[in-house]
Design a protein around this ligand. Structure first.
Ligand code: NAG
Ligand code: NAG
Ligand code: NAG
Ligand code: NAG
Ligand code: NAG
Ligand code: NAG
Length: 468
C-alpha cells in the first residue's frame, strides 16, 4: 500500500512541479535529501493528491473484494466445470457410436461459452495454477465440442438430404394420400386423427397380477344376442396361456364385475386348443385366438362349444416367442394377433419369409361348410419386433410404439386396399402402466381396447373424415 501511495504522489505531481529524489546508500540505510521547496506547494494541489490517495484506497478495496469473491467462486466454477464434463459424457458416447445429437449439443456449446466467460474473469483475477488449469481445460473442451458439432452438422445434413431424397422417391407411390378414404359399404372414413383419453379404466376382474391377456366388447354388429357383451380373456398360466373367457352381458355388469359367464375352451394349459399370447377377439358367437404352439388361428364357438382352426400362410410363421411385439419391452408370446374391424377378421403376425416384418392375413368364417379360411395376405415392411402392438380399422393396420410409462403412440399405418403405408403418424394414447399386452379396435363403437398390464382401458377413436 505504501509503495502504491508513493508512486501515486510522484505521478500526480508530475505535470507540475514533480521532483525526482535520488537516494543513496549510507551506513546500510537509504538516505534521501529532500529539497524543502518540494513541500512548498499550494494547498489545492495537496487536496488533489489526498483525493487521489482516497480513490486509490477505494480501488484497492474493490480489488481486494474482487479477489476474495473470485477465490470463493473458484470452487463453484470448478464444480460447474466437472458437472459439465460429466454431462458431456453421453454425447461423447453417442458420437463414438456414430449417432448424431446436433440440437442438444448446440445448447451445451452455449452453456460452455458462458462457463468460459466466468472462468476468464476468475482467471484474470487470481491467475494461479488452478485457474490456469481450468482455463486450459475449458479451451480444450470448447474445441472438442465444436468439432463434434461440426461433424454432427455435416452428418445431419447428409442424412437429412438422403432422407428427403428417399422420401420424395417413396412418397408418390407408397404413402397414403392425405385425402385417403376407405371405400367399403361399412366404413367411409380416413385415417385416425385422434384418440381420446381413456374413457374406461378398470382393473382386470381376475386381479392386477394378471398382466397379460385381452379384453373388449363384442365386435360384430349383427350379433343380436351378444350385442353388448363385454369379455375378458386373461392368460392365467405364466402370462402366456389361457383356456377360459369371461363374458358379461352388459357394460354395467362388466364394470361391477358381476353376473359373468365363464367359458372353457381347452381342458388344460397345454391342450392344442389353448390360447397362446394376448390376442383374442370376440366376434359374433365365437372367440378367435392364436392356438397353442402352432401357426394356427382357433375359432371357439361359444354356442356349439367347439374349436375349428386354420393354419396361417407364409414361410416360417413366427410363434412361441419368435416374433413377439417387442418395442421397449417384449410381451411374451405375442407373436400372432387376431383383430376385427368393419370389414371382418384379421391375423397380424410375422414370418421368416418376410424377414420378421408384419404380415396381414384376412380370416373368413365360412358358416356353410363350418370352416375357418384365410382368403388374402399382405406383407408389410414394418419389423414386428419394432412395434409395441397393432390393430385394424377399415382394412388399415395401425402399429404403435412405446413413448414412456404413461404414453404409447400410433406411428405407422398400412392400407390393405392400396398396399400404401405411412410412417409419419404420431397419435398419442395415454395409459396407466408400462406394458401393452393387447390393443384392438371395435368397429361397432369405434373404441380401442387396451390390456395395459393388469388394467383394462378403452378409448374413443376420431377420424379425419369426421372433421371434413
Ligand atoms: C531546491 O529547489 C529549488 C527549486 O527547484 C532550487 O532553486 C534550489 O536550488 C534547490 N536547492 C538545492 C539545495 O538543491
Ligand atoms: C449437474 O447439475 C445439474 C443441475 O445444475 C444437476 O441436475 C445434475 O445432476 C448435475 N450432473 C452431475 C453429473 O453432477
Ligand atoms: C497470468 O500470469 C502469467 C505470468 O505471470 C501471464 O503470462 C498471463 O498473461 C497471466 N494471465 C492472465 C489471464 O492474466
Ligand atoms: C385432437 O387432438 C388435438 C390436439 O391433441 C385437439 O386439439 C383436438 O381437439 C382433438 N380432437 C378431437 C376430435 O378430439
Ligand atoms: C352397426 O349398426 C348400427 C345400427 O344398428 C349402424 O348405425 C352402424 O352403421 C353399424 N355399423 C357397422 C360397422 O356395420
Ligand atoms: C374355405 O375352405 C374350405 C375348405 O378348403 C372350402 O370348401 C371353402 O369354400 C372355403 N370358403 C371360402 C369362403 O373361401
Amino acid at each position: 500500500m505504501l509503495q502504491l501511495l508513493l508512486l501515486l504522489l510522484l505521478s500526480s505531481t508530475a505535470d507540475s512541479q514533480s521532483q525526482r529524489v535520488s537516494g543513496y546508500k549510507k551506513a546500510n540505510a537509504c538516505v534521501c535529501q529532500l529539497n524543502s521547496t518540494m513541500w512548498v506547494f499550494p494547498a489545492q494541489k495537496f487536496k488533489y493528491v489526498l483525493e487521489e490517495v482516497h480513490t486509490c484506497e477505494e480501488s484497492l478495496n474493490n480489488l481486494q473484494e474482487e479477489l476474495t469473491f473470485s477465490s470463493q467462486r473458484l470452487p463453484l466454477i470448478q464444480d460447474q466445470f466437472t458437472n459439465f464434463t460429466a454431462r458431456l459424457e453421453p454425447y461423447n458416447y453417442l458420437h463414438s457410436q456414430g449417432l448424431y445429437t446436433e440440437l442438444s449439443l448446440r445448447q451445451l456449446g452455449q452453456e460452455l461459452s458462458q462457463l468460459q466467460v466466468d472462468i476468464d474473469v476468475v482467471h484474470s483475477q487470481l491467475n494461479n495454477s488452478e485457474t490456469q488449469k481450468l482455463s486450459k481445460e475449458a479451451d480444450r473442451l470448447h474445441k472438442h465440442v465444436n468439432k463434434m458439432q461440426t461433424i454432427d452438422t455435416l452428418n445431419m445434413k447428409t442424412v437429412k438430404e438422403k432422407l428427403r431424397y428417399l422420401k420424395n422417391n417413396v412418397e408418390t407411390c407408397k404413402s397414403i394420400p392425405k385425402d385417403f378414404r376407405v371405400q367399403d359399404k361399412h366404413c367411409v372414413r380416413g385415417l385416425i386423427t385422434n384418440i381420446s383419453d381413456p374413457i374406461t379404466t378398470k382393473v382386470s376382474p381376475h386381479g392386477k397380477s394378471y398382466i397379460s391377456g385381452s379384453w373388449g366388447k363384442q365386435a360384430q354388429n349383427e350379433s343380436e344376442g351378444q350385442k353388448n357383451s363385454y369379455w375378458v380373456q386373461p392368460l392365467l398360466s405364466s402370462h402366456i396361456w389361457g383356456n377360459t373367457v369371461r363374458l358379461y352381458q352388459t357394460y354395467e355388469d362388466f364394470m361391477a364385475s358381476t353376473n359373468h359367464r365363464e367359458f372353457t375352451f381347452a381342458s388344460s394349459y397345454s391342450h392344442p386348443s389353448t390360447n397362446e399370447g394376448p390376442n383374442a377377439v370376440l366376434y359374433g358367437e365365437a372367440l378367435y385366438y392364436h392356438c397353442y404352439r402352432s401357426a394356427d388361428i382357433c375359432r371357439y364357438d361359444l354356442e356349439a362349444n367347439e374349436v375349428k382352426r386354420v393354419t396361417l400362410p407364409g414361410t416360417g410363421v413366427g410363434f412361441n416367442n419368435k416374433f413377439p411385439y417387442c418395442y421397449y419391452d417384449c410381451r411374451l408370446n405375442s407373436d400372432v394377433d387376431v383383430e376385427a374391424d368393419e370389414t371382418g377378421l384379421w391375423a397380424l403376425y410375422a414370418t421368416i419369409g418376410n424377414h420378421g416384418n408384419l404380415v396381414i392375413s384376412r380370416l373368413v368364417w365360412d358358416s356353410e361348410v363350418k370352416s375357418l379360411n384365410v382368403t388374402q395376405t399382405w406383407e408389410t415392411r414394418l419389423f414386428k419386433k419394432a412395434t409395441s402392438n397393432a390393430f385394424m380399422v377399415c382394412g388399415v393396420m395401425y402399429a404403435t410404439r412405446y413413448v414412456n410409462e404413461y404414453r404409447e403412440e400410433v406411428f405407422y399405418a398400412f392400407d390393405t386396399a392400396t398396399g400404401k403405408e405411412d410412417n409419419s403418424l404420431a397419435i398419442p394414447l395415454e395409459k396407466v402402466a408400462k406394458a401393452v399386452a393387447s390393443l384392438s379396435y371395435n368397429p361397432t363403437n369405434k373404441q380401442i381396447y387396451m390390456y395395459n398390464d393388469g388394467y383394462l382401458l378403452a378409448y374413443q377413436a376420431h377420424f379425419r373424415s369426421e372433421a371434413l
